[in-house]
Design a binder for this molecule. Structure first.
Ligand code: SF4
Length: 388
């Protein structure tokens, strides 16, 4: 993946399409990087390799040599390779489907996609594009497992779709674009969405182009909300976000809150916890850098006792006459760790019938959450009787 970033990137589109002022504000903030980003880069290298191998773009010898080389990387795990293989097979499956109606269909990987016709200097990198007459397909590989990303109406995917369309439309008769997100650590199945070329172009011209012009010029509106602000680089210093999060009061004359009040407060404060975390972290960084923040200082946090060296403990205890075996307890590795070390496939084959998934405890979620509503068992029984 190239390291350069567009001001109006596809990955940030969900934000700058709504909060058009965010792009220029973010531009003033330092770039940050994380262990997850480095892990994602390594995972994409494996995915590209597996994609090329399973679609016959490289030989088995090339594939194995490169896998061996990449496996020496700092972030390599068995799970990373296994996920890449599943992605490669998925790309193959999609290519085979395309070839049923278009024998010339082919796959390209890690392709720069230019959508600057609608977004100033807009480009991104498409993980896999299946070029074909009829339905053009783009596949995005997401190695993260923090939260599931859906393909439906996903602006990042639609911008990639525009870039892919731009790349092929003089040579291929494309009628629709199928966008799929393959997120192997969270699901066996890809999330996908198909859009007609005419709807895609209409969105590009009526929604994207006007918002992109505003965003490029740093004009328009700030649009603070949990979704837009969550990963915004300006999240700690943005006044619009602060104003929105501190203006959640609601007119009420009662001494106690009604259930409606409570629900409304929770709705208005959706971004509050994340924002406070962002503020805490930003102020901590400033204090660490020697700046003064009125009303705040750094102190030593709570710490727990620990041994200076485990070897030293064993040596001293055995010298004192205690058997070494008495100092250890046998502990099984966690399921996640076993999956990471041996790969999901191996674990499913060997331990599949020993893995159980208890029901999760009831958790509060927004009414438009996609998960089905949880109804306690006694209420289910009552509902059954009521319906008789
Ligand atoms: S923090 Fe929120 S409101 Fe402020 S610029 Fe970023 S996305 Fe927009």
């Amino acid at each position: 993946m190239p390291n350069e970033h567009a001001l109006l990137s596809a990955s940030g589109a969900a934000r700058w399409l709504k909060c058009t002022k965010s792009a220029r504000l973010e531009e003033q903030m330092p770039e940050t990087t994380s262990i997850y980003a480095a892990e994602g880069t390594a995972a994409h290298e494996f995915a590209e390799l597996a994609g090329k191998y399973f679609t016959d773009a490289i030989s088995e010898t090339e594939y194995e040599a490169k896998v061996e080389e990449l496996s020496k990387g700092e972030y390599y795990t068995g799970e990373m390779l296994e996920c890449a293989v599943r992605y490669g097979k998925y790309a193959r499956e999609r290519l085979d489907t395309a070839r049923k109606t278009c024998p010339d269909a082919y796959a390209v990987f890690e392709k720069r996609l230019d959508f600057s016709q609608w977004v100033p200097s807009g480009f991104g990198t498409g993980d896999c594009i299946i070029v074909s007459d009829g339905t053009l397909e783009i596949v995005d590989y997401k190695y993260g497992k923090g939260y599931r990303v859906e393909a439906e109406n996903n602006p990042q995917m639609k911008l990639y779709a525009l870039g892919a369309l731009n790349m092929v439309w003089t040579l291929y008769q494309v009628e629709s674009v199928r966008m799929s997100i393959f997120q192997p650590r969270l699901s066996q199945n890809a999330s996908f969405h198909e859009i007609s070329v005419s709807d895609l172009i209409d969105w590009a011209e009526t929604v994207v182009a006007p918002a992109a012009t505003l965003a490029w010029n740093g004009s328009g509106e700030f649009c603070p909300c949990a979704d837009t602000c969550k990963f915004c680089r300006a999240g700690a210093v943005c006044r619009a976000r602060a104003t929105s999060n501190t203006a959640i009061s609601r007119a009420t004359t009662e001494d106690t809150l009604t259930l409606e009040d409570m629900g409304e407060y929770l709705k208005r404060a959706e971004d509050l916890e994340t924002w406070l975390g962002t503020l805490r972290s930003a102020v901590t960084q400033e204090l660490l850098a020697g700046k003064t923040v009125k009303g705040w200082k750094l102190v030593r946090g709570k710490s727990t006792r620990k041994f200076r060296s485990e070897d030293e403990v064993v040596e001293k205890m055995t010298k004192a006459g205690y058997a070494e075996a008495m100092l250890y307890e046998r502990k099984l590795l966690t399921l996640t760790r076993l999956e990471s070390d041996f790969g999901k496939k191996t674990l499913a084959e060997v331990l599949g019938d020993t893995i159980v998934k208890p029901e999760g405890s009831p958790t509060l979620a927004s009414a438009n959450d996609k998960r089905p509503e949880y109804v306690p068992e006694d209420r289910l029984v009552n509902q059954l009787f009521d319906n008789k």
